[in-house]
Structure formats: C-alpha cells, structure tokens
Design a protein around this ligand. Structure first.
Ligand SMILES: O=c1ccn([C@@H]2O[C@H](COP(=O)(O)O)[C@@H](O)[C@H]2O)c(=O)[nH]1
Length: 241
C-alpha cells in the first residue's frame, strides 16, 4: 500500500513525543514535518530522531527569511541533514531564494507564499497588497522564477497557483481540516479532499492528527479517505531531481 501524500506536522513540545508521533504515522504517510519549535529546541539531531529507521521523507519547515548570504549559509548548514524539503519565505525575494536553491541542490526548496493563518485584513495590516489569492499568485510566480521547486499556499489558492506556475512545481498545502474540524489559528482552510481536487501534491496536517487520541489511527483514517478520492496522485514525492 502506498503512503498518502500527507506531511504530518510534528509540532511537539519535546523530542520523545515527536519521535513517538513519527513512529505512529509513518506507516501511513509519505512525510513528517519538523518545524521551528522542535528544531530550535533540539537542533539537527531532531531530523535523525523523527526519521528513525523508516524511509519517510523529512520536511524541514524553517521558513528561512534573511539576506541572501545568510540564507545561503543556513541552507548549506541544513543540506547535510538531507531533508526532502526546506522552506523559505517567498517574500525574502528572488536573490534569497536563488541562494537557497544553489546551497541545497539535493533538497526541494519550497517557498511559502502567504501564511495560511493570515486573512485579507491581516494582509492589509502588514501592508501586503491583497486579496490573499492575488498576493499568493504574485509570490508564487516570483519564487518559481527564482528557482523554487515547490510552493506553500492554502488549498483555497492551489488551483489558481497551479494555473499560474504550471505542472512541474510541487504544491504543498497547510490549512487542511477535515469537514467540521476546529480551524484553530488557520484562516484559509479546506478539507483534504478539496485540497487534492484543487491540485495539491502534499497536504500538511498537524493537530487534526497529532491531537487525536491515537495519532496513528487518525493518520490511517485520513490516508484511507484520500485513497478513495479519485483525484489522488502518487505520494507527494518531490517533482524535481
Ligand atoms: O502557511 C503556512 C506554512 C506553514 N504552516 C505549518 O503547517 C503546520 C500546520 O499545522 P496544523 O496543526 O495542521 O494547523 C504548522 O506546523 C505550521 O507551522 C502553516 O500552517 N501555514
């Protein structure tokens, strides 16, 4: 049975919990995602801990955003951990994105367009010209032009982004919630099925799985639901390299 194109966000307060979640979900999903909380607390060792002995892909969601030389150094530093994906903020600009791509040639550089926690009012407040779908498409085109091989956007924008950047780019969508689930701090959300239908390649899902009484069973159920979905593609393997 193939693993579902889901990246489980291991946003755990400690390494033991993250490693336990990873062990429970990896039979069912293609990818586990390490974010700032774990990486800042435990550093590079966290990657080996969540990878364990499995073949699961590791997604390093560090959302790098700094001057180009600094991002080059940071991307080079984490490239040796061989993550399948590394995130940078598209708003860091084309020169910064190019440096990340060059510094981590074996890793898919995923550019975050507009955080899925932001709505149109938030964009106005921080001075980004919206509405969100327009800002996302603009940043997506900029990032792909600079060499990003993947984009992070909400499932609500996935179809428009696909139309903008074409078929060769991996679309990664957080902001995924099963129907009726609490959206928590996410503003632009859709169901897993809607995300796939919109053309997403890899669905980032955290709390709906990790806060479940049995994260392994929750991941298995979501994977099974996606398998029934006629639009499902092969597991979210990077489209490049
Ligand atoms: O725009 C973005 C970019 C990254 N994320 C990350 O995805 C997960 C989502 O977790 P949930 O518990 O499913 O809300 C989290 O690690 C974020 O840092 C995002 O949500 N939006």
């Amino acid at each position: 049975m193939t693993a579902a194109p889901i990246a489980v966000a291991l946003d755990a307060p400690d390494l033991d919990t993250a490693a336990r979640w990873a062990t429970l979900v990896t039979p069912h999903v293609s990818t586990v995602k390490v974010g700032l909380e774990l990486y800042l607390r435990y550093g590079p060792d966290v990657v080996a801990s969540v990878r364990g002995a499995s073949r699961v892909q590791v997604f390093l969601d560090l959302k790098l955003h700094d001057i180009p030389a600094t991002v080059r150094g940071a991307a080079r530093a984490v490239a040796r951990l061989k993550p399948s994906y590394l995130t940078v903020h598209a708003a860091g600009g084309p020169a910064m994105i190019r440096e990340a791509v060059e510094a981590a040639p074996a890793t898919t550089i995923a550019a975050v367009t507009v955080l899925t926690s932001l709505d149109d009012a938030d964009l106005r407040a921080v001075g980004i010209e919206g509405p969100a779908p327009d800002a996302v498409r603009r940043l997506a085109a900029l990032a792909v032009g600079a060499g990003a091989q993947a984009l992070v956007c909400s499932p609500q924008e996935a179809a428009a982004v696909r139309a903008e950047v074409g078929p060769g780019i991996t679309l990664i969508t957080p902001g995924v919630r099963p129907a009726g689930a609490d959206t928590q701090d996410q503003a632009r959300v859709a169901t897993p099925e809607a995300a796939l239908a919109a053309g997403a390649d890899l669905l980032v899902i955290g709390r709906p799985i990790t806060a479940a009484p049995d994260p392994g069973a929750a991941a298995a159920a979501m994977a099974a639901a996606l398998r029934k979905f006629p639009g499902e593609r092969p597991p979210g393997t990077p489209r490049h390299g």
